[in-house]
Design a protein around this ligand. Structure first.
Ligand SMILES: Nc1ncnc2c1ncn2[C@@H]1O[C@H](COP(=O)(O)OP(=O)(O)O)[C@@H](O)[C@H]1O
Ligand SMILES: [Mg+2]
Length: 252
């Protein structure tokens, strides 16, 4: 197999005052990989994303993107939060275009990218709606479309489907894979839901409880599109679950 390019290199420890949250969190992310990061609530997943985005500097160590220390001014880092963040005074179309406008893409290019991506996430026909006129799932689709629209070095997602109902969540999981297949980007997707992680990820990184370190990295070597009900996927979910439960027992 050809050597894969490492896009992101994480090697850091972090504390908030006396609270040690990360203890040598160390892993790599390949270019255009869909990497899921799983860990118990409170283990430091959001902190990890803050560090990955450059918003928070780790107490020790660093994050490298393309071999250079992360710097949101130099690299293009997109974030999708737990709660969808749309600009309420802009239409859905304008919301998707925001990142491209900030990056000063030419108008005709913005038009073609936004029109294309709106189709991929299934929002065609809603372009003129405002955020208050659409559902939570649609708002999150807008946030995801915006993240994928620009030429992001890395897209960080913090449990983006956690507040959606089961049906919408399953649809969104499929849609996020569609958009990722369509516009390949390096994605780091945080979730505490293992079904979601093994369905979406090329690999799943399991974090131990606080102070977190990488407990396991499990490769999900199943072809896409994946069948959620397949015994192979279930076996990998159980492997992840066993690993995650060991971290729970270790701190009980
Ligand atoms: N800005 C902060 N200042 C102090 N403690 C924090 C801060 N942010 C998070 N924490 C603490 O760090 C730990 C990890 O939090 P967080 O990264 O939000 O975990 P997760 O996203 O996995 O639930 C928690 O104990 C939380 O209370
Ligand atoms: Mg969190």
């Amino acid at each position: 197999m050809a050597e894969r390019k490492i896009k992101v290199r994480v090697n850091e420890s972090h504390r908030y005052g006396d609270l040690k949250v990360h203890d040598q969190v160390k892993f790599d992310v390949y270019e255009n990989e869909f990497l899921c990061v799983c860990g118990q609530s409170g283990c430091g997943k959001t902190t990890l994303l803050d560090i990955l985005s450059g918003l928070q500097k780790p107490t020790e160590g660093e994050v490298l993107i393309d071999g250079k220390p992360v710097d949101p001014k130099k690299q293009n880092i997109s974030f999708v939060f737990q709660e969808p963040s749309n600009l309420p005074w802009l239409t859905l179309w304008e919301n998707v275009a925001t990142g491209l406008r900030i990056k000063k893409y030419p108008a005709d290019q913005i038009r073609s990218i936004v029109d294309d991506i709106i189709g991929v996430v299934g929002l065609r026909g809603y372009e003129k709606y405002y955020p208050h006129q659409i559902s939570g799932g649609m708002k999150q689709r807008v946030a995801i479309a915006r993240a994928f629209a620009t030429d992001a070095d890395v897209i960080l997602m913090d449990e983006p489907f956690v507040s959606l109902d089961q049906h919408t969540r399953e649809k969104m999981q499929q849609e996020i894979l569609n958009i990722w297949e369509h516009r390949k980007r390096t994605v780091i997707f945080v979730t505490h839901n293992l079904e979601e992680a093994v369905f979406l990820g090329d690999r799943v990184v399991i974090l131990s409880n606080k102070p977190a370190s990488v407990k396991d990295t499990i490769t999900i070597d199943l072809p896409r599109p994946r069948d959620v009900l397949s015994p192979q996927l279930n076996a990998l979910r159980i492997r992840c679950s066993t690993s995650l439960n060991e971290t729970r027992l270790a701190t009980a």
